[in-house]
Design a protein around this ligand. Structure first.
Ligand code: WTA
Length: 677
C-alpha cells in the first residue's frame, strides 16, 4: 500500500476557533432571478441517484457524441466520466455562442494603468484570435493532440486565448502562475515534458512594467541542465509590435507571436473532437514532498462540472458581467474565470494588476464602469481592501447581486465587511471551499436556497457528499463539536484524474487513508481525502480549519513546506531548514523559516538574506519567509524528527505544550527568547 502523505504537524492545531454566527438570508430580489430555486435539487443529486444525477451538468454543454457510460470505475480510484462522449472545450466556450451572441463582450480587459483604455473583446473576436493562435500552434510549433504546452503568462487576454487555442487542438496546457520564478516554471516544464513555452515580454504590476521574458531564459537554461530541451519559446508582446524586455531574442528558439501570427490571419481550425476523458490541462500544486504535483484534469467531466457550478452556485446568467479577481494561473482562474463562465456565455472581466493599484478604490471603479454584478475574490484581498480603504466601496455606484470568497477561511468580521460594505447588504455571499485537485466547488451555500453563515462554507454542493473521519476512521457526526479529516464519499465529474505520471502518489495521497480494500472497484470504498481539517455544525454546514499536511496557505495560495525548505538548503551554509505557518492579519498565514547552520558558520544578516533570496528565486516572491530565524539547533524528537509543531507554537506566540518527548528541550527556551522579542 502506498504510504499516504499525512504527517503530524497540523495547521488546525493553531487555527482560530470562533463562535457560531447567525444566519443571513438572500433577498427576495436575488431569489426571483436565481438559476436554482428548487429545493428538490438535493434530492435529485442524492447518493440514490448517483452517478446519473450528473447528466444534468453534462447537458449544459454541447457534445459531438453523447456518452454511453456516466461513470466507469473499473480503474478505481481513477474515475472516468461520460465515457464514449466526444467534446471540445474551446467549441463550448466560444463557437457555440456565435449564433446568438457574436457581438457580445466575452472579455473586458482592464490594464493596470488607469489611463490605458479598457479593451472589450467580443465572442467573434475571441473566435478569430483563438483560431489564429491555434493555427500557429499547429503549423508553426508543430504541436499535436496530447502534447503538453507550458504557459507562463500574466493576466492578459492572450492567456485565455492561448489556453483555448490549446483546448481547440486537444493540447494539454499547463499554466504556471506568472508570479512564479523561472526555476519554478522549469520544474513544471520538465515534469510535464513540454516542448513549447508560451510567455510574454512584460506586464504591469503595482505600476511597474516588469520584465517577464527574463524568467523564460532562466527556465529554459534550467530545463536544459536537466537534460530536457525546449523547441520553441513563443513570446507575446504586452504592446504589440514593441518588444518590452531587456533580454535578447535567441535566434531559432525565441519567436515573437505577433510577427508570426500575420501568416495565420483569418485561418480557421476545426475544433478536435476529443474523448471526454482526454486531459484538458495540468495544474501543478504543492504537496508534502518537494516536488509539485501535476493535477490532471479531464475535458468532459471537468467542463460539465465547472459549467454546472458556475450556473448554480455562482448564479451566472449570460447577461451577467462577472469579475473574478483571482489569477488564471491558479485553479480558481481556470474554472471560474475561463472555462465555467465562458461556457455559459458570460462577459468576464480580466484585470491585469493588483487590487490596490493605484489605490483601494480601484476595484470599485472597475465594477462601476463595467457594471459588474458578480464578484469573486479571496479573503486576503478582502482584508487588504478593508484595511486600506474601508469606506471606498460606498463612494462608487455599483451593485453586486452575488459575491464569492475562496481559498482560505474568512473571519466573520471580515465576512461582515464584505457583506455590508462591498456588497452593500444587497449581494449574497458564497463561501466556496474546494481545491486544485477537485476542479470545482465542494462545499458552498446554494445562494437562493441556503442562508449564509459567516465563517462557515456551507453544506456539500449538490452531488458532493462530505464526511468527517477521525484518525481511526470513525465518522464524526454533525454537531458533535469535534474536528476531523474531511473527505468526500463519492467521485464527481470535476475531480482530477490522477497526478501526471504518478498514479501511486495519487492513490497514496488522496485515497489510501480510508480505503478498506484497495482492490475494490466500487466507488463506495474510496473516500477522497481532502487534506483539510473541518467541523460539521448541527445544520450540516462545514467549517474548514486548515490543512492536516505540510501545506501552508499564504494569501490563499498553497505552498509546500518542503518546497521552501529545499530552496533554503541551496545556500551552502544551511544544515537544516524548517518552515511553519504564522498567522497574519492580511495574508491569513505567512511562512516563518527556522535554520540551523553547518558547524563553523556564525549566523549573520548576510546569510539570512541569501536564504530569502534563494527562496524567491526558486519559487517566487509569495514564498518569501516573514522572518529567517537562525537557531543553534532544531527542536527534535528522540528519533531525530524536527518538531514543527513546537516551532509553529513559538512563531505564533502560543503555548508550546508538551516538550517531554524532545531530545533537546533546552533549545525551546533559547528559541523562545529569540522569537519573543
Ligand atoms: C483552502 C483553491 C477555507 C483549503 C480553490 C484547501 C479554503 C486549499 C477555502 C486548496 C474556503 C480553499 N475556506 N479554506 N472557502 N477554499 N481553502 O488548491 O485548505 O489553491 O485545501 O485551491 O485552500 O487550495 P488550492
Amino acid at each position: 500500500m502506498p504510504k499516504n502523505e499525512v504527517v503530524e504537524t497540523s495547521e488546525a492545531q493553531i487555527a482560530v476557533h470562533w463562535q457560531e454566527e447567525k444566519y443571513y438570508y438572500p433577498s427576495s430580489k436575488f431569489i426571483a432571478q436565481a438559476n436554482l430555486t428548487n429545493e428538490d435539487v438535493y434530492k435529485r443529486f442524492s447518493l440514490d441517484n448517483f452517478p446519473e444525477c450528473f447528466k444534468e451538468y453534462a447537458d449544459l454543454i454541447d457534445w459531438y457524441e453523447y456518452w454511453h457510460t456516466t461513470l466507469d470505475t473499473s480503474d478505481a480510484p481513477c474515475w472516468k466520466w461520460f465515457v464514449g462522449g466526444k467534446i471540445n472545450a474551446s467549441y463550448n466556450c466560444i463557437d457555440r455562442h456565435l449564433k446568438n451572441n457574436k457581438n457580445k463582450t466575452a472579455i473586458h480587459f482592464v490594464p493596470e494603468l488607469e489611463n490605458e483604455k479598457i479593451e472589450h473583446i467580443t465572442y467573434q473576436e475571441l473566435y478569430v484570435k483563438v483560431n489564429e493562435f491555434a493555427a500557429l500552434l499547429q503549423s508553426f510549433a508543430g504541436l499535436k493532440t496530447g502534447d503538453r504546452v507550458t504557459i507562463h503568462m500574466p493576466m492578459v487576454p492572450e492567456l485565455p486565448i492561448a489556453m483555448l487555442a490549446c483546448a481547440r487542438l486537444g493540447l494539454i496546457h499547463s499554466v504556471v502562475f506568472g508570479g512564479f520564478s523561472g526555476k519554478a516554471c522549469a520544474d513544471r516544464i520538465v515534469d510535464s515534458g513540454s516542448k513549447v513555452l508560451i510567455t510574454m515580454d512584460a506586464y504591469y504590476r503595482n505600476g511597474v512594467l516588469l520584465d517577464h521574458k527574463e524568467k523564460a531564459n532562466i527556465a529554459v537554461d534550467q530545463v536544459e541542465k536537466e537534460g530536457q530541451g525546449i523547441d520553441k519559446v513563443l513570446i507575446w508582446q504586452r504592446y504589440p509590435d514593441k518588444y518590452s524586455s531587456r533580454t535578447s531574442i535567441i535566434e531559432g528558439r525565441d519567436f515573437i507571436v505577433n510577427n508570426i501570427l500575420k501568416d495565420y490571419r483569418g485561418k480557421k481550425i476545426d475544433p478536435v473532437k476529443i474523448s471526454a476523458e482526454a486531459p484538458l490541462f495540468l495544474m501543478y500544486t504543492s504537496g508534502t514532498t518537494g516536488k509539485p504535483k501535476g493535477c490532471q484534469h479531464s475535458t468532459g467531466g471537468y467542463l460539465a462540472y465547472v459549467a454546472g457550478t458556475s450556473k448554480y452556485i455562482q448564479d451566472i446568467h449570460p447577461e451577467d458581467v462577472y469579475w473574478c479577481m483571482a489569477d488564471i494561473g491558479w485553479i480558481t482562474g481556470h474554472s471560474y474565470i475561463v472555462y465555467g463562465p465562458l461556457s455559459l456565455c458570460a462577459s468576464i472581466v480580466l484585470y491585469e494588476g493588483i487590487p490596490t493599484y493605484p489605490d483601494a478604490g480601484r476595484p470599485w471603479r472597475i465594477a462601476e464602469e463595467l457594471d459588474v454584478n458578480i464578484f469573486h475574490t479571496a479573503p486576503t484581498a478582502i482584508r487588504g481592501l478593508r484595511k486600506i480603504g474601508p469606506e471606498e466601496p460606498l463612494k462608487y455606484n455599483y451593485h453586486f447581486k452575488h459575491m464569492t470568497t475562496v481559498g482560505e477561511p474568512i473571519e466573520p468580521e471580515v465576512w461582515k465587511w464584505y457583506y455590508e460594505v462591498v456588497g452593500k447588504s444587497e449581494a449574497v455571499i458564497a463561501d466556496t471551499w474546494w481545491q486544485t485537485e477537485t476542479g470545482g466547488f465542494l462545499c458552498a451555500t446554494v445562494p437562493a436556497l441556503n442562508p449564509m453563515k459567516p465563517g462557515s462554507t456551507g453544506p456539500g454542493v449538490p452531488g458532493i457528499h462530505p464526511i468527517i473521519y477521525d484518525d481511526h476512521g470513525k465518522e464524526i457526526v454533525a454537531g458533535e463539536g469535534r474536528a476531523g479529516n474531511i473527505c468526500i464519499k463519492n467521485p464527481w465529474p470535476g475531480s482530477f484524474q490522477t497526478i501526471w505520471g504518478d498514479r501511486d502518489r495519487y492513490v497514496g495521497t488522496y485515497y489510501a487513508r480510508y480505503c478498506k480494500n484497495q482492490n475494490s472497484k466500487d466507488w463506495r470504498d474510496w473516500p477522497y481525502l481532502t487534506g483539510d481539517a473541518a467541523m460539521e455544525a448541527e445544520d450540516g454546514y462545514f467549517r474548514i480549519l486548515g490543512r492536516i499536511d505540510d501545506v501552508i496557505n499564504v494569501s490563499g495560495h498553497r505552498l509546500g513546506t518542503k518546497e521552501i525548505e529545499s530552496a533554503a538548503l541551496i545556500v551552502p551554509e544551511v544544515a537544516e531548514a524548517a518552515v511553519v505557518p504564522v498567522a497574519d492579519d492580511l495574508k491569513g498565514t505567512v511562512p516563518d523559516l527556522y535554520i540551523a547552520l553547518k558547524p563553523g558558520n556564525p549566523p549573520s544578516e548576510e546569510i539570512s538574506s541569501r536564504i530569502s533570496e534563494a527562496i524567491t528565486e526558486s519559487i517566487g516572491k509569495i514564498a518569501k519567509p516573514r522572518k529567517v530565524w537562525i537557531v543553534s539547533d532544531m527542536p527534535k524528537t528522540r528519533s531525530g524528527k524536527i518538531m514543527r509543531r513546537v516551532l509553529a507554537a513559538l512563531s505564533n506566540k502560543k503555548e508550546v505544550g508538551d516538550t517531554t518527548t524532545l531530545a533537546n528541550p533546552d533549545v525551546v527556551d533559547e528559541i523562545q527568547k529569540m522569537t519573543s522579542i
